[in-house]
Design a protein around this ligand. Structure first.
Ligand SMILES: NC(=O)c1ccc[n+]([C@@H]2O[C@H](COP(=O)([O-])OP(=O)(O)OC[C@H]3O[C@@H](n4cnc5c(N)ncnc54)[C@H](O)[C@@H]3O)[C@@H](O)[C@H]2O)c1
Length: 345
């Protein structure tokens, strides 16, 4: 089968994952990369010497007539780049968050829809083995009726570390828009139900290196009455990072010990867990491979469940709803908030 020609825009930290994933995919060919930063290009060349593709300007790369474009650039440039791709009829797989505000995110989706091009979003965590297994167990009914759950994410993220993107240090709501957005999207995906109401509080600890809030606490009520507590921070005091996700139902409990691995099923009343067998995965790479494979299927017109731009708007409403709840210091009805933003139900 012929390979799809891919242009990768943005060759920074995340772009290096993408460069490998695209170059190693037998159904794709990385024909060019784009990045105005000489530093990013030389780090990529140094870290991935086996990859040999030209680095061009955006217009030069699009002139090569790729079959699709992967955007691994900061959210501030996504709309402009998606618009340029849509004008040329090119499908786009764009990193999250699509934008930092709802109007811009919706404009990205509309420009792609109007041009009739596919727009996929970098929700690679949907393709983790842990996610797939948890979704199957919960939606397959092994927990019975789900009642309540909790996600805990504690991390010390040194935003000043070399090779880490710097815009989160000064942007509004960095934890929420850069990190919690993944967790909130996973909650929608794994439970298969939308959030109806939420209460949230975002704060910044006194020792934070981030200008805006690096901690998010939220309580989410789903349409099926399931309740989820969420706590996420980038400013844990030391490097002891934690991730746990627990879901309790009438027939059992599911406990995830880490974002990438470690899933236990506890049958109701059982004294010991059943360890769920998961295939080994390379963090951030195999999950991105899963996403990329799925998007390639969609581009080829094959059945696919890739996370679309339109679906991402729901995750954006949920994410921005947390900031809004915190700002207003009250519980938010998410349907109503979505309507205020101009989201069609
Ligand atoms: N899905 C994930 O797991 C995941 C992980 C990390 C980052 N991300 C996302 O990926 C995106 C990039 O993050 P990063 O960590 O690689 O940041 P980064 O700062 O390391 O890299 C971004 C690169 O984009 C380049 N760039 C900026 N403007 C450009 C333009 N107009 N045209 C071409 N290139 C341009 C920069 O020079 C830089 O090299 C962000 O949206 C981030 O949220 C996603």
């Amino acid at each position: 089968m012929s390979q799809l020609k891919v242009v990768l825009v943005g060759l920074g930290t995340r772009g290096r994952h993408w460069a490998r994933v695209i170059a190693e995919n037998p159904r794709a060919r990385l024909i060019a990369g784009v990045d105005p930063s000489a530093d990013s290009v030389s780090i990529l060349r140094e870290k991935l010497p086996m990859l040999d593709f030209p680095v061009l300007t955006f217009n030069e790369a699009l002139a090569l007539q790729p079959d699709l474009v992967v955007l691994s650039t900061p959210p501030s440039v996504h709309l402009e780049q998606i618009t340029a791709c849509a004008e040329r009829g090119l499908p786009v797989l764009c990193e999250k968050p699509l934008a930092l505000d709802f109007d811009t995110a919706r404009a990205c989706v509309e420009v792609a829809e109007k041009a009739g091009v596919l727009l996929g979003i970098g929700m690679n965590f949907r393709y983790l083995e842990t996610t797939r297994a948890a979704r199957e167990i919960i939606q397959g009914g092994r927990l019975g009726q789900v009642g309540f759950g909790r996600i805990n994410y504690w991390r010390y993220r040194d935003g000043k570390r070399p090779l880490l993107n710097k815009y989160p240090l000064t942007m509004e709501q960095p934890m929420l828009l850069e990190q919690s957005i993944h967790h909130l999207d996973l909650a929608r995906f794994i439970y298969g139900v939308e959030v109806k109401k939420l209460w949230a509080r975002t704060t910044n600890p006194p020792w934070s290196m981030y200008r805006s809030d690096a901690t998010v606490a939220a309580w989410l009520l789903f349409e099926n009455r399931f309740e989820l507590q969420y706590f996420g921070t980038w400013m844990g005091t030391n490097s002891k990072n934690e991730f746990q996700w627990r879901t309790d139902g009438s027939a059992g409990m599911l406990f995830q010990r880490d974002i990438f691995r470690g899933l236990e099923y506890w049958k109701a009343g059982a004294a010991e867990p059943e360890e769920i067998e998961l295939a080994p995965q390379e963090d951030f790479v195999d999950d991105t491979r899963g996403l990329f494979d799925d998007f390639l299927k969609a581009v080829r017109g094959e059945p696919s469940t890739y996370p679309s731009g339109r679906d991402h708007l729901k995750t954006m409403v949920l994410t921005l709803g947390c900031a809004e709840s915190s700002r207003q210091e009250r519980m938010i009805d998410l349907l109503e908030y979505g309507r205020q933003l101009g989201m069609e139900s």
